[in-house]
Design a binder for this molecule. Structure first.
Ligand code: MTE
Length: 342
């Protein structure tokens, strides 16, 4: 999903207009049983390049020392323990998408090692009864942390099986108390150009207008599959995976799983997500994993599973509807045309 540097996504949410997509949006809102009107989508398109052939063999570690991950206690959730094979830990740590550190798969591990995650603050605001701020210690101690083995499927057609540690987004939102007129939950990554080279230079950061933004409907956000992850493979997250806290939405393409979150806003307006703003014809709001809806420039019918071995030794396997979580989430989309609202 690398963006060509010749085009810039200059548009902010508030500036985006397009009558046809605006109508589409109204249909989505109707389909969801929502009545709120919010800022229109854009028809502004941007090109991107499928990077299936990026090398996996990038070394992590950075220039001056490796980020220290600490062991985390977690209860193994019995419903999510049977996934095999797991992607080796070193692959999860070295093959990343985190454009704040650069567009190459090895950039986040190479340039993220000095990233400061403590102190950290995450605010929960907007249409909630109890706005709150969680500090670094709260992220690790305030909620019961469990381990769940989930499939992760990137829109670029590669996949991993990851043992995440975290707590449900629903448990957090319940504490905050969602007001009855709320429709969406919006997430924002930290904006810190001094620490994130991709935010300092549009060239390094793939021309993205940072901060990176993602969003879910309230019904999606409350689904018990959605995790706020604070770790993987028994330890706290590394910066390249979104330390200290990131979203994990296993039935959606990986770009929905926003990293290093500092702000969660409960809102009645449909947010524009980062990739949707860059290329609405290629990346939708829902971004549900779906083998029957191809990306405009490549098939989504199969995926390259990142397991042992190098890119040539890794197998292709069929893409599963909702990434294998159909039973848990299909009912959320029963009245929605998934080809149209991809
Ligand atoms: N979050 C932020 N803030 N910036 C990003 O560039 N990339 C997304 C997602 N979250 C991204 C992000 C994409 S495209 C994917 S596939 C996943 O993170 C990758 O997560 P991983 O590197 O931990 O496998």
């Amino acid at each position: 999903m690398l963006i060509k540097h010749t085009k810039k996504s200059q548009l902010k949410e508030s500036q985006l207009t397009s009558e046809s997509v605006y109508k589409d949006r109204r249909n989505i809102i109707k389909g969801l049983g929502l009545t709120a009107l919010s800022a229109p989508f854009t028809s502004f398109a941007n090109a991107s390049v499928f990077d299936l052939f990026s090398s996996d063999d990038k070394s992590g570690g950075g220039d001056s020392g490796t980020f220290k991950r600490t062991p985390l206690n977690a209860t193994k959730n019995a419903d999510f323990q049977s996934l095999t094979p797991l992607t080796p830990e070193d692959k999860i740590l070295q093959y990343n998408n985190f454009y704040e550190f650069g567009t190459g798969k090895g950039d986040p591990s190479q340039y993220g090692q000095q990233f400061q995650v403590d102190p950290w603050s995450l605010s929960i605001e907007g249409l909630v009864d109890n706005p709150m701020t969680l500090y670094y210690e709260d992220l690790l101690k305030k909620f019961e942390i469990e381990e769940r083995l989930y499939r992760m499927r990137c829109v670029e057609a590669w996949s991993m099986n990851i043992p995440w540690l975290g707590f449900t987004l629903a448990s957090l939102l319940k504490q905050a108390g969602i007001k009855s007129n709320a429709k969406f939950v919006r997430f924002e990554t930290v904006y810190d150009p001094e620490q994130m080279r991709g935010q300092k230079s549009r060239y390094v950061g793939g021309s993205i207008d940072f901060p990176y933004v993602e969003a879910l409907t309230i019904a999606e956000a409350m689904n018990p599959l959605v995790l706020m992850s604070v770790g993987l493979y028994g330890k706290t997250l590394a910066p390249q995976n979104g330390a200290p806290i990131r979203l994990v939405v296993p039935w959606k393409y990986g770009f929905k799983s926003i990293k290093s979150i500092v702000k969660i806003t409960v809102t009645d307006k449909m947010p524009i997500n980062t990739w949707q703003a860059i290329g609405p014809n290629e990346y939708g709001f829902f971004a549900n994993v779906n083998p029957n809806v191809d990306h405009p420039r490549w098939s989504q019918a199969s995926e390259r599973f990142i397991g042992e071995g190098n890119v040539f030794q890794q197998s292709r396997k069929p893409t599963l509807m909702f990434n294998g979580y159909e039973e848990e989430v299909a009912s959320l989309y029963k009245d929605i045309d998934l080809k149209r609202y991809f």
